[in-house]
Design a protein. Structure first.
Length: 358
């Protein structure tokens, strides 16, 4: 029996399964459309519902596809089904090819329309003005810590956090010529330069200038125009700007990861596995930190982030950014926040949202 003869029944089975999958996907899209009609002018995107669907799919998965793979596939199916009703518009820090755009696509799928903005400020203002549905903004990196500008904007923006994205960050060195010998300048975002500092020190001459720019995608754009320049950027940026990768995965920390927040105008209901983000200001006196932590520890709520940042209102005054386990609609979380409000000068609930699934 020839190899072709042996392969034939498997190929026929795959063709039949593909037809079933196509039929079922279109049936799913019809139900998604019917739900959109019933919602009317309400929000077509429910972060908590999508998180629940992805978790359920992972729980049902029996392999051989890994859980992350099936979640990514269903993320795209949900994205396309949502677009049948109305494609979402997502603002992000551009230009095209930034890690923030990759985070937006990871969270919303390829059917969403991503819109590049010059700054994080501009991306938030676009959503505040309802010119876009949501904004994805970087908030912290596992190597370099928090993104200060995003934290500052969270204090004043009326937008609510309704999701988070965890993105594994791989940095690549790239240029237009394909030769490392040509490189006299390396462009990158300041955080990318810091995240790749050891590699750059070891592999490039000290005479090579390092220049911080607004984003890694902007670095790729500059490297495209200058044969003596290289950029630190993503695989997507290399493809978009036609650059050749000179070295891959040059980040110093092998688990380099960036966390992004998704912000919009809506609030969420509990999904079963959530976080709540808070901003707190309290008097600068002995015992302040313990006074703020105690309401949460008393009821057994875990903190996943606690960070101080200088306030813009006075010298040596600080605001605190706090992430806790649980949703504000849960009684013990609400109880702890109510107590915190009695103790602090200012408490802002930035949002409650599902933990990242992918």
């Amino acid at each position: 029996m020839s190899d072709e003869t042996k392969l034939l029944p498997h190929r026929q089975a795959i063709d039949a399964i593909d037809q079933q999958i196509l039929t079922l996907m279109n049936q799913r899209a019809e139900h998604a459309h019917a739900i959109g009609v019933l919602k009317g002018t309400g929000a077509v995107y429910r972060p908590e519902r999508e998180a629940q669907v992805l978790r359920r799919i992972q729980d049902l998965n029996m392999g051989p596809l890994p859980d992350e793979s099936v979640a990514r596939l269903f993320r795209e199916i949900m994205s396309e089904c949502l677009a049948v009703e109305r494609p979402l518009t997502i603002a992000y820090l551009g230009p095209e090819g930034t890690f923030t755009q990759l985070a937006a696509i990871k969270h919303f799928g390829h059917a969403a329309k991503t819109v590049a903005c010059t700054t994080v400020d501009d991306s938030m203002r676009m959503v505040e003005a309802r010119q876009a549905d949501y904004v994805v903004a970087p908030v912290e990196n596992s190597t370099e810590g928090s993104v200060g500008r995003t934290l500052d904007l969270l204090v004043s923006t009326p937008l609510k956090t309704c999701g988070e994205v965890i993105l594994r960050v791989h940095h690549h060195l790239m240029n237009i010529s394909g030769s490392l010998k040509d490189v006299q300048t390396v462009y990158a975002h300041a955080q990318a330069l810091a995240q790749c500092q050891q590699w750059l020190n070891h592999h490039l001459p000290k005479t090579v200038q390092r220049v911080a720019v607004s984003s890694n995608a902007e670095a790729a754009h500059l490297a495209q125009q200058n044969p003596q320049a290289a950029a630190i950027a993503s695989q997507a940026a290399a493809e978009i700007y036609g650059l050749t990768k000179l070295a891959t995965n040059i980040e110093d920390e092998p688990n380099n990861t960036t966390r992004f927040l998704v912000l919009g105008h809506q609030t969420t209901t509990p999904s079963g596995s959530d976080k709540t983000s808070l901003i707190v200001s309290a008097p600068n006196k002995v015992g302040t930190l313990q006074n703020m932590i105690e309401p949460f520890s008393r009821v057994g709520i875990s903190m996943t982030k606690f960070e101080s940042r200088p306030s813009r209102t006075g010298l040596w005054e600080y605001v605190f950014f706090i992430d806790i386990e649980g949703h504000i609609d849960e009684p013990k979380v609400q109880m702890a926040i109510d107590e915190l409000q009695k103790r602090a000068a200012f408490v802002k609930v930035v949002g409650a949202y599902p933990k990242a699934v992918l």
